[in-house]
Ligand binder design. Structure first.
Ligand code: ADP
Length: 579
């Protein structure tokens, strides 16, 4: 009931078109109640008396009623279905807006395919709820009442017979709801699984093909799909058994009416015309009753989908602006990590006592073995996570006290695995600054040593680069990412240098671009390149989430500790790669 209430709350803003359709439906219902009266008039007034003078007038009236009925239902259906589509549109956009605000830790726990399934399939599943569930329920209830009133006034003894199956139908529905709801929920969950697997498999299709794993992947996919199929079959079994049973109960009622009614006609208690009209009205009693059972089915499905949608809507981001968060208007770029401890969700602590300072304009290199915590430090600085103890400060402001969007406007991140969107070079470059002029664009890409290769692309800046930039080389992608960062003009730059080796020429260009980008900015670099490390103002050497040493290249080298070991190893690697 709680879910249903929330669903109705979401429908409430659309009350105007809903009211309109309800009125049109009532009109249609009123009109649909007229034809039996014509039938009775023809049977009792024309056939019984043999007076044919009224026949064609009555037929003309009947045709008029039919025509009007169709016009009204045309308008009503149009409004109702457009409303359903509109509801889906609004809900989907609202859900996406919510999703975008959630923190990285949420996305680490939830698969993309599962989220896609909720935003597409589950939202879609609510369309029926709006187009059929809401108005039809109200109108069918009214029709039920209207038909009952007519039946009772027409012939109350027969009306009692009509009502005999009702309690059984009600009981049946109750039972069905209890039985079907978990099945529907399961089916939706399994559909989410299919999406999750599909997303994952398509993203990794290169690996699958390279390792010739098509067959096992196919097996896993068909297994997941089969589970969905089994849930579907269970739900199909549920409604395909229940609804005919319920309908049978209604038909039983009609048969009883015919039986008792025929006796009453034979005994002269009612006219034949009344019996025929009565049978027609009892059909308009059972029809909405039957439909209510189908609507119930729609409601159960909507509840299953709604549950999944609301679960998502109820997720709160663990990274949020504090109520009194202040905007960071302009900053110098002074960064302090003050006794920072950090862990991911419920994992072990991965950073301990991290303390360091980056003065404005300085380049600080983070070095250390893999898993030492370099990336985690970088993530804390752009506040993708909060420390569990200690503070991260920018220009003396604790990041938890500043508006997130304003912080991120000053901090640009260039990641190792460059993410580019499916679109043109220009769209990708302008991502952080949509209003950049052509001059700015050219200046940024020149600074990132990217202008030349972009100019040589078939359509220059308007070349489509393919999904995630598949049509570009690794080095080109990195330079594009750098140009994108330059264009956004951040005060603080976080760079995750690529470890993957590119050829010497590309390496040289990237290094030139890096130097250009870091000029005059505070830079935190997860460093792999010897040149970056050597030129850094300060090097922070990490191991097991702890800072082992801080100093410049010369100082640390002469100390002969962790850094000098790492440096020696790098040097050997560089030499062996050159040979
Ligand atoms: P580095 O960048 O130096 O290789 P990371 O900061 O990526 O190190 O990782 C530090 C530790 O945190 C590792 O033990 C890693 O397994 C763990 N870790 C990294 N990212 C996550 C995450 N999203 N969830 C849980 N643990 C993580």
């Amino acid at each position: 009931m709680r879910i249903l209430k929330r669903l109705f709350a979401h429908v409430r803003p659309y009350w105007k078109p809903l009211l309109l359709t309800a009125i049109a439906m009532l009109l249609a219902t009123g009109l649909s109640l007229l034809p039996p009266l014509f039938q009775r008039a023809i049977i009792d007034g024309v056939l019984a008396t043999g007076d044919l003078s009224q026949l064609w007038k009555l037929i003309a009236g009947l045709v008029g009623v039919y025509a009007l009925l169709q016009v009204v239902s045309m308008a009503e259906q149009y409004v109702r279905h457009v409303l359903g589509a509109r509801f889906i549109l609004d809900l989907r956009v609202r859900l996406y807006a919510h999703l975008q605000r959630l923190s990285l830790s949420f996305f680490e726990q939830t698969s993309t395919g599962e989220l896609m399934s909720r935003v597409t399939n589950d939202v879609e599943a609510l369309e029926n709820f709006v187009t059929h569930g809401v108005t039809l329920t109200a109108v069918d209830l009214l029709r039920l009442l209207g038909a009952s009133a007519i039946l009772v006034t027409m012939e109350w003894r027969l009306a009692l017979v009509v009502l005999i199956p009702v309690p059984f139908i009600a009981l049946g529905l109750r039972y069905f709801n209890r039985y079907a709801r978990p099945i529907y929920r399961q089916a939706r969950d399994r559909l989410g699984d299919i999406n999750a697997r599909l997303e994952d498999n398509l993203a990794g299709i290169r690996v699958t093909q390279a390792f010739v794993q098509e067959e096992p992947e196919l097996l896993r996919f068909s297994d997941t799909s089969r589970q969905y199929y089994h849930q579907r079959v269970r739900s199909i079994r549920a409604w395909s058994t229940y609804f005919p049973v319920l309908r049978f109960l209604a038909l039983l009622g009609t048969a009883l009416v015919l039986g008792f009614g025929a006796r009453m006609v034979a005994n002269g208690q009612v006219t034949l015309g009344t019996l025929v009209a009565f049978l027609a009205y009892s059909a308009s009693f059972y029809e909405p009753l039957n439909r209510l059972t189908e609507i119930d089915n729609i409601l159960q499905q909507a509840i299953a989908a709604g549950e999944r949608i609301f679960e998502l809507m109820d997720e709160v981001s663990d990274i949020q602006d504090a109520p009194d968060a202040m905007p960071l208007a302009s900053i110098e770029g002074d960064v302090v990590f003050d006794d920072v401890h950090f862990r991911y969700q419920d994992g072990e602590e991965v950073l301990h006592d991290v303390d360091f300072h980056i003065a404005p304009g300085e380049v600080v290199a983070l070095v250390g073995p893999s898993g030492a915590g370099k990336t985690s430090i970088a993530r804390l600085l752009s506040r993708f996570y909060d420390p569990v103890h200690g503070r991260v400060l920018v220009d003396g402001h604790d990041l938890r006290g500043v508006q997130l969007a304003s912080l991120r406007r000053h901090v640009a991140v260039v990641l190792q695995d460059t993410f580019l969107f499916n679109g043109t070079v220009r769209e990708n470059l302008c991502y952080g600054k949509p209003d950049a002029t052509d001059e700015e664009l050219a200046a940024a890409s020149t600074a990132a040593y990217a202008h030349e290769f972009i100019a040589q692309l078939p359509q220059g800046y308007d070349t489509e680069i393919g999904e995630r930039g598949v049509k570009l080389s690794g080095g080109q992608k990195q330079r594009l990412a750098l140009a994108r960062a330059i264009l956004a003009d951040p005060r603080i730059l976080i760079l995750d240098e690529a470890t993957s080796s590119v050829d010497a020429e590309a390496e040289y260009l990237i290094q030139q671009a890096l130097d250009e980008v870091m000029k005059g900015r505070t830079a935190l670099v997860i460093a792999h390149r010897l040149s970056t490390i050597r030129n850094a103002d300060k090097i922070v050497a990490l191991e097991d989430g702890r800072i082992r040493e801080i100093g410049n290249h010369q100082e640390l080298l002469s100390r002969g500790g962790l850094y000098s070991q790492l440096y020696q190893r790098q040097l050997e690697l560089a030499v062996s790669q050159e040979n």
